[in-house]
Write a protein of this length. Structure first.
Length: 85
């Protein structure tokens, strides 16, 4: 039980950490300070966490990282939409 609760709270905090950056991009329309390489590397890592969660049948890992992946895709859309030509 303690293991699951720790995982749930870790998932909530790490996933929620994306929301201020998404809000800032949304409000300002700017994403120039975001590193495209970091976003791409993190997207690969989060995708692998989802695969790991599926292999372990761990719903907390799957859900948390799926929400994180959606947040990252949102940030990538801001970044790529605003990329210089």
């Amino acid at each position: 039980m303690l293991q699951t609760l720790t995982g749930v709270f870790a998932a909530i905090f790490t996933t929620a950490s994306y929301f201020p950056q998404i809000k800032k991009c949304w409000d300002t329309g700017e994403s120039k300070d975001l590193s495209l390489h970091m976003l791409l590397i993190l997207t690969a890592g989060i995708s692998l966490w989802i695969v790991y969660g599926v292999l372990r049948s761990d719903i907390v890992i799957i859900i948390a990282n799926s929400v994180s992946l959606l947040c990252l895709i949102t940030l990538l859309c801001f970044k790529l939409r605003r990329a210089p030509a």
